[in-house]
Design a protein around this ligand. Structure first.
Ligand SMILES: C[S@@+](CC[C@H](N)C(=O)[O-])C[C@H]1O[C@@H](n2cnc3c(N)ncnc32)[C@H](O)[C@@H]1O
Length: 322
């Protein structure tokens, strides 16, 4: 096995996979779930009855689209609508349609790490909302904040839906929100979804469906390492495992080895061994309440302008300004 310091990684993916699989305990970043297969699996997850997040946010946007759009165009100036981790834009299209129907002057700038997701989104928008100006940006949240910062002189509205913020630990979220605050100006707005704390079983079920879609999604990261980095993970030797801690509001996904596993990853010159029951931590899905969101806003110099929720208060969208 080579020493990490002697390695020349050709991508962030290679570097992070190397670091994560040589760490103890092992971990991989959930942002690498999303390739062509992962994007499709996530769409299947959104369609599952257990994955309440999508329906909640869909209903919130549907019920409040006039009020939300009015907030975006309060000062009647053209704006750029950025969206971090846009995915298939299913929910965003509610707002996009409403804004276009009302002849609002804006362009839409979806940002995603997955080029496949952006290509599909652009094609579907062309067909469904042909009058919309779409300018996609491929990259990670952190990388693309610079693009947001340096964008045309227009007012900026930043969408961050799907409780994507929940994939960041509080410390990373504060760091990210601080950077986001530095990328916007007075008068710009941030519109963000936060999944709320609720019955722990409801949360566990959302990430642990009986049909195995979430398990396939979680394992896709290993499939990706096999394909892109010449690895030989035996996917059948791993199970998907979800835990939720109601005290911290943190749901965590793991891949657990059910037998001793030896893996070679040719492109990284790496050989690893997992003991039976050893874990690879792959995702966090943080759940929130008002106090935590207020704390995050406070730590990052943002203030809450408004909030929207569903009948059961399972999910909330907050509007922030600098
Ligand atoms: C959970 S999906 C949510 C998609 C959409 N926002 C929604 O609510 O339906 C997360 C999306 O963000 C993208 N993504 C995940 N981590 C990312 C990162 N660090 N930087 C940029 N995009 C990321 C994924 O490719 C995926 O399309």
């Amino acid at each position: 096995m080579q020493n990490q310091k002697t390695k020349n990684f050709t991508s962030e993916f290679e570097k992070e996979v190397f670091e994560g699989l040589t760490a103890y305990p092992k971990h991989l970043s959930s942002k690498y779930f999303y390739d062509e297969i992962g994007d499709k699996l996530f769409q299947d997850i959104m369609a599952m009855p257990e994955y309440y997040l999508t329906d909640c946010e869909f209903n919130i946007l549907g019920a409040n689209k006039s009020e939300i759009s009015a907030l975006f165009q309060a000062d009647n100036v053209p704006f750029s609508l950025f969206e971090l981790g846009a995915g298939d834009g299913k929910k965003t299209k509610i707002l996009l349609n409403h804004l276009v129907e009302n002849k609002t002057v804006f362009d839409y700038r979806p940002i995603d790490i997955s080029q496949n997701a952006l290509d599909q989104l652009e094609a579907s928008l062309k067909a469904e909302i042909p009058n919309l100006e779409v300018n996609p940006i491929q990259g990670t949240y952190f990388e693309t904040l610079r693009d947001i910062n340096q964008a045309n002189g227009r007012k900026k509205i930043i969408l961050f839906l799907g409780s994507n913020i929940g994939n960041l630990l509080h410390e990373q979220a504060v760091d990210f929100l601080n950077n986001l605050r530095d990328s916007i100006n007075e008068g710009d707005l941030v519109f963000m979804g936060f999944d709320q704390k609720k019955h722990p079983q409801t949360i566990l079920d959302a990430y642990n469906d009986q049909t195995g879609i979430t398990a396939a999604f979680n394992k896709n990261i290993l499939r990706r390492i096999n394909r892109e980095l010449d690895g030989n993970f035996d996917l059948d030797k791993f199970i998907h495992w979800e835990v939720y801690d109601p005290e911290t509001g943190t749901a965590k996904s793991f891949l657990v080895a059910t037998a001793p596993v030896s893996v070679t990853i040719e492109r990284l010159g790496l050989e690893i061994r997992l003991n039976q029951w050893e874990t690879i931590h792959t995702e966090i899905s943080q759940k929130y309440d008002d106090a935590v969101v207020e704390w995050l806003a406070d730590k990052s110099g943002l203030s809450i302008v408004s909030q929207f929720t569903d009948a059961q208060q399972h999910y909330k969208n907050y509007v922030f300004k600098k």
